[in-house]
Design a binder for this molecule. Sequence first.
Ligand code: HSE
Length: 411
Amino acid sequence: MRKELTLGLFGFGCVGQGLYHVLEESAGVKASIKKICVKHRDKPRPLPQELFTYDRAEVLDDPAIDVVVELIDDAEAAYDIVKSALQKGKHVVTANKKMLAEHLEEIYDLQQKHQRSVLYEGAVCGSIPILRNLEEYYDNDLIKSIEGIFNGSTNYILTKVFEEGKTYPEALATAQQLGFAESDPRLDVQGFDAKYKLVIAIAHTYGLFISPDDVINIGIDRISDLDLKYARENHLHIKLIARAIKIGNRVYGFVIPQYISDSSPFAAIRNEYNAVSVEGAFAEKQLFVGKGAGSYPTGSAVLSDISALSYDYAYEYKRHHRDHGVEFSNDLSVGVCVSFKHGAPVSLRDFENFESGYAADGREYMIGQATLSTLRRWQEHEDIGIILKPDAAFVPVSRPSESAKAGSYAA
Ligand code: HSE
C-alpha cells in the first residue's frame, strides 16, 4: 500500500521550484513539503516565509519528515546532508550527479548500513527514466553498451550553433538563462557533467563503482570553426557522446565529442533533449529520448522517485552483487579525427593505425586509431581539437601479458 510522505527540501532553485509545481499538479502522489532549507536569507521567495528555514537541523532533526529531497548545488555540502539524513533514518531523493559520482560507493554502503533508500533518477539525463530501467527491465540481459547525449546544455549549444548560426558564447548564455547550465558552465562544456552521469550509469549497468577521475572527458569547448565547417561540408553533426562499452571482461567509459552522420538516431536529438541508447545482447539497441535539463523535466524525475518511495522502492544494485570479474579499463584505442596548428605535439607515431591526414585553412588534420592515453596527452594542449570519427571503432589495447585482443566494438 502507498504511504503518505512528509518531505523536507534542501534548495529551492530551478529544480526545487519545478518539483514544487509538479507536486502541486500531481494528485496521485501523496506527499507534502513541510520545510524548505535554503542558504540566502535575502532572496525573494515565491512561497510563504514560514515554509523556509536557514537551519538544516529543522529538517534533519524533525521526526515527522520521512524523506529529505536534496537539490542544492554544492556537492560536498550535499553529501553531508545525504549522510546525516540516512543516519537519522530518513530516505533521500537527490539529483546531484557530481555528489553521487564522487561518493556512490559510500552512499551504497550507507544505504545498506541504515536500511534506508537513496533514489536519484533526476541525476542522470533529466526526465529519462534510465536508472530504474537499468535496475529492473534489463536485469536479465547482457548489456554491450550504454551511450548517448547525457548533457542538455551542450546539446542545446551545438544545436543553436549548427542550425541557427548563433555564436558559442550567445548559445551558452541562453542555456544559462533557461536554467539548463550548471552554475559553473565549465562542468557542462568540458564534459564533466556528462561524465558524472556516465559514472552513475556504469554502476547500474555493470555494477562497478568507479572514480570520475578515471574517466576521460573531452568537451565541446575545443571545437573550432573549422571543425564545424568540416562537419557541414561532410553532412555531419557533432554531438557530445558519453559512452560505456563492455568488451570481454572489461568495461571502458569516456565522454568525447563525435561526428555523427545523418543516419544516426542521435542526429535528430536537438536542443536540451538527451538520448540514451542501450544495446543488449538479445534486445539489441533501444533508444530513450527526453528532456535532459530544465525545471519541470528534472522536477518530474524527482517526483517519480518520491512516488517510488511511497511504495518502498530501493535500488538493489543487482549487478554490483552479481558481476564478478568485470573491471574498468582505459586500455582502448578509438577512431579519432584530431585537428591542430602546425607545431602542436601531434605526430604520426601517436597513432596505432594512421588512416589519413591533410592540411586546410592553416590547420592540420589527422585521422586514425589512437589510445585513450594519447587523447589524454593531446588534451593537455587547449588548441588541439579531438573529435571521434562517425563510425569510430573501439579496439582493446593488449597489455604486455596478454596475447590476444578480446574483440572490438563499432559505434
Ligand atoms: N547542466 C545539466 C545539463 C543539467 O545541461 O544537462 C541537467 O543535469
